[in-house]
Design a protein around this ligand. Structure first.
Ligand code: GDP
Ligand code: MN
Length: 379
């Protein structure tokens, strides 16, 4: 789950990372009031869950409260990379002498949190990573020992932080690491971490991605979720307890079990097709869950055929079949469907599906070939 800049910075600040004073506004009039209250100049920053807002015109400097209102009015409602701006952060502007990058991610191969820093922070860190990787310094943090002072000091001197600012830098590095660990983050990033004209360090931008599998431990963080982050299909899937990932292909897949879903996608590819999604309805799925899953699949305009691959263990094939019929009552389906149901109550399941106009198959290979052919309108 991604957090907005203002949310990430508030978390960082709880762990001692200095951030600019600022508040969030949803209207231009509010932005004006905040600017008046903070004192100008201020920066007006679009709060959308994508990077590169600066380049897209979503970060602007206002010298007066009047200008803050005008700029907030321009930025609110703006479309940045497909996301509509609904909120702006109004921050007291900083006087920037240097822009640094400081970030942490989980390096899965090394089984460590990797802390990265660069003297070339600012908007183009991806560019730095591509063209000048040696400008990005990395240390790996042992999860049992945590971040050690020598590591923080070491990376500070590698990126040329002057002696006077090393203490401030290491305090920020420790704060960011604590915020990262305490929130079960996958990524925590400050870009830019600026050195101001008066020599202070300040986190101007913040980004955090949290591990969805750990969110149950953080109800307070879960509440910060922005529904706009997900597509409507992904939201519906999550609310129905379905694991759904939208893909580029044309064959909608409904499968019970993640491994079986992967195998189904592989075999669709093997026979020359391309899956439109990964969808695991889980074990023991009841009719309503199946119906929700089918609604989600059929809502995708790319889908030219649907493949059901159900292994009835705990899941009962007749329940699944009933779910498919219930969904077909609700949603208009004008694409061919191929069903392969085996296991518990498969006979009953097939009998129920016989009522629907459905292509059936006995093996997964046969089902996949039929789905590929159906998507090409060959059957
Ligand atoms: P991003 O483009 O989405 O990463 O948004 P950032 O928050 O990183 O802002 C982009 C750029 O705007 C920064 O790298 C700064 O150069 C500039 N910027 C942001 N806040 C301030 C500020 O308070 N003062 C000044 N002078 N520039 C700022
Ligand atoms: Mn940034």
């Amino acid at each position: 789950m991604k957090l907005h800049e203002f949310q990430a910075k508030r978390i960082f600040s709880r762990y001692g990372v200095p951030i600019p004073q600022g508040e969030v506004a949803t209207t231009a009039a509010q932005a004006r009031e905040i600017a008046q209250h903070l004192g100008c100049p201020v920066v007006i920053k679009a709060q959308v869950l994508v990077g590169g807002r600066g380049k897209a015109g979503g970060v602007k400097l206002a010298r007066s409260a009047d200008e803050a209102e005008v700029l907030a009015d321009q930025i609110l409602g703006m479309n940045i990379k497909g996301l509509q701006v609904k909120r702006v952060l109004v921050d007291k502007a900083a006087d920037i002498a240097q822009e640094i990058y400081l970030g942490m991610v989980i390096d899965r191969n090394r089984r460590r949190v990797a802390m990265m820093a660069s003297s070339e922070g600012g908007v183009d860190i991806e560019e730095v990573a591509a063209t000048k990787p040696e400008a990005i310094k990395t240390v790996l943090i042992d999860p049992f020992l945590g971040l050690k002072s020598y590591q923080a000091i070491g990376i500070a001197s590698q990126i040329g932080i002057p002696q006077d600012q090393i203490r401030q830098f290491t305090k920020i590095a420790f704060g960011l690491y604590q915020a990262f660990v305490a929130s079960d983050a996958e990524l925590a990033e400050i870009n830019p971490l600026v050195v101001t004209g008066s020599g202070d360090l300040l986190a101007l931008d913040g980004k955090m991605v949290l591990d969805d599998n750990a969110l149950f431990r953080h109800p307070d963080l879960e509440e910060m979720r922005d529904q706009d982050e997900e597509s409507p299909a992904e939201t519906e899937a999550r609310l129905n307890g379905l694991s759904y990932v939208s893909l580029d292909g044309e064959i909608g897949c409904m499968v019970n079990g993640a491994g079986l879903a992967m195998a189904t996608m592989d075999i669709v590819k093997h026979f020359g097709g391309s899956p439109a999604n990964f969808l695991d309805i889980g074990g023991g799925a009841k009719a309503d869950k199946v119906a929700a899953a089918l609604r989600i699949i059929l809502h995708d305009p790319k889908v030219k055929a649907v493949l059901f691959n159900i292994f009835g263990g705990i899941t009962r094939c007749d329940e699944v079949a009933r779910g498919i019929l219930a969904a077909l009552d609700e949603v208009q389906a004008d694409v061919p469907m191929v069903a392969r149901l085996v296991g518990t109550n498969e006979e009953e399941g097939r009998a129920i599906l016989a009522e629907a106009d459905m292509i059936t198959a006995k093996t997964l290979a046969e089902a996949a070939q039929k789905a590929v052919a159906a998507a090409r309108e060959e059957i």
